[in-house]
Design a protein around this ligand. Structure first.
Ligand code: DOR
Length: 447
């Protein structure tokens, strides 16, 4: 007897799209294909596409310390409504997640309040390097994140000596915010007298990103430490990464939907400081190069870099306005829209980049595929109807999205979390049932 039988949908896996049923028992998938077993509950997915639940490995949920922007409940609620079933949250909260106590505090806060499964990164800082080997294997963390250029919050590992020490101290893949700190500081002096957000990609210029990426690739090569470069934003970094890969450097990369969707100056004309993020949204030249790289399979994962700030904060004049935009709820529909509109990638590639690859590169246990033995985490979406992003659909506490008013495809209809229909017809069901993600700490390089 199955607990849940989902029938009639089109199942999207990295291998293709095929009509089929999914049988679920005890929270896991037990059968895929033509499934006729009796089930205590059935869900008709006729006409809908079933993606593996999205694993968003870069979100900022602001708890503790900045709960007026977002908290774990509201952030995971936004995830659930967007077909995201697992999130990895970043350490730049207040206090920052740099100790075992701070990590445990986040885990305690998430228990019973998270709508999707979760884990919390530990942040590397110049004063916790000696503890990182112990911290990175604590339950509830995917590992250690480094900011090599400062962004929101105070977490920073600015110089090569300290970065090298972090790489030598840890075993598992290090996600990196790659912008060069000394150059960012230097360029602050170049701000004009009456600045607007249009200056953001000039102040945090392409060279800031290129320099930092060059540095971390070199340090990764020297130490043999696996790295993951977050939210790539420039064409200039791509050949460096390709060359490093050819030389055997274990580097994986992330692309965000917003760096593929928006470009300067248009995004700053239309959205002003609401388009301000780090690393910045850049010219159409860079966007098109990133699109082309996406089409060639260059990037490993798609992450949202969900970074909510209130309207009041965003309305401060640049550069007092904080950097970051929400995105966890729109990640999947925006990527589906890009796939169907621009045709650079197909739906199976989205399944691969939003679920299989995140699970592989971080060693997530039992997630990432629609196959027997895996957690029944599913994002069931409607590909047939265009829809317009409206503020009333958004769940983030910040209450806005850079995509409001945009026409998208792929509206999330049902979200299944470990076999439970947690979102049905766009409505949440029952209580929050997210759990902490488990990891298989196997061989270091699982790519
Ligand atoms: O724009 C950004 N905002 N980039 C980051 O890396 C951090 C984020 C935030 O936390 O606000």
């Amino acid at each position: 007897m199955l607990d849940l039988l989902i029938h009639g949908g089109k199942i999207v896996t990295p291998d293709g799209v095929a009509r089929g049923d999914i049988g679920i028992r005890d929270g896991q998938i037990v059968a895929v294909g033509e499934v006729n077993d009796p089930a205590s509950e059935t869900l008709d997915a006729t006409g809908l596409h079933i993606f593996p639940g999205v694993i968003d490995t870069q979100v900022h949920f602001r708890e503790p310390g900045m709960e007026h922007k977002e908290d774990i409940e509201s952030g995971t609620r936004a995830a659930l409504h967007g077909g995201v079933t697992t999130i990895f949250e970043m350490p730049n909260t207040n206090p920052a997640t740099t100790t075992a106590e701070a990590l445990q505090d986040k885990l305690n806060r998430a228990a019973g309040r998270a709508w999707v499964d979760y884990a919390f990164f530990v942040g590397a800082a110049t004063d916790n390097i000696d503890q990182l080997a112990e911290l990175e294997v604590l339950p509830g963390t995917p590992g250690v994140k480094i900011f090599v250029g400062s962004s929101t919050g105070s977490l920073l590992v600015p110089d090569d000596d300290h970065i090298r020490r972090v790489f030598e101290a840890t075993r598992y893949r290090t996600p990196i915010h790659s912008e060069d700190h000394p150059r960012l500081e230097e360029r602050k002096a170049l701000i004009s007298e009456h600045p607007t957000a249009h200056e953001h990609p000039f102040l945090r210029d392409v060279e800031c990103a290129r320099l930092a990426t060059e540095r971390v690739l070199k340090l990764s090569a020297e130490t043999g430490h696996p790295i993951h470069i977050l939210h790539l934003s420039t064409a200039d970094e791509l050949p460096l990464i390709a060359a490093a890969k050819r030389e055997g450097v274990d580097v994986t990369t992330e692309i965000t939907p917003q760096h593929l969707w928006f470009s300067a100056p248009d995004c700053y004309d239309r959205l002003g400081t609401y388009a301000q993020m780090n690393p910045p949204l850049r010219s159409n030249y860079h966007r098109l190069e990133l699109m082309q790289a996406l089409g060639h399979g260059f990037f490993d994962v798609i992450g949202s870099d969900h970074a909510p700030h209130t309207r009041e904060e965003k309305d401060h004049p640049y550069p007092k306005s904080p950097s970051g935009m929400p995105g966890v709820q729109t990640l999947l529909p925006v990527m589906i829209t890009i796939a169907l509109r621009d045709k650079v990638i197909d739906l199976p590639t989205i399944a691969k980049m939003t679920s299989m690859r995140p699970a592989q590169i971080y060693g997530i246990r039992d997630k990432g595929l629609i196959a027997p033995g895996y957690d029944a985490d599913l994002a069931i979406v409607d590909l047939d109807h265009d829809w317009v992003v409206e503020a009333s659909w958004l769940q983030s506490k910040c209450g806005w999205s850079p995509y409001t008013g945009e026409t998208l495809k792929g509206k999330p209809v049902h979200t299944i979390l470990r076999g439970r229909v947690a979102l049905r017809d766009g409505e949440r069901q029952g209580a929050a049932s997210g759990q902490v993600v488990e990891f298989d700490r196997g061989p270091v390089s699982a790519v």
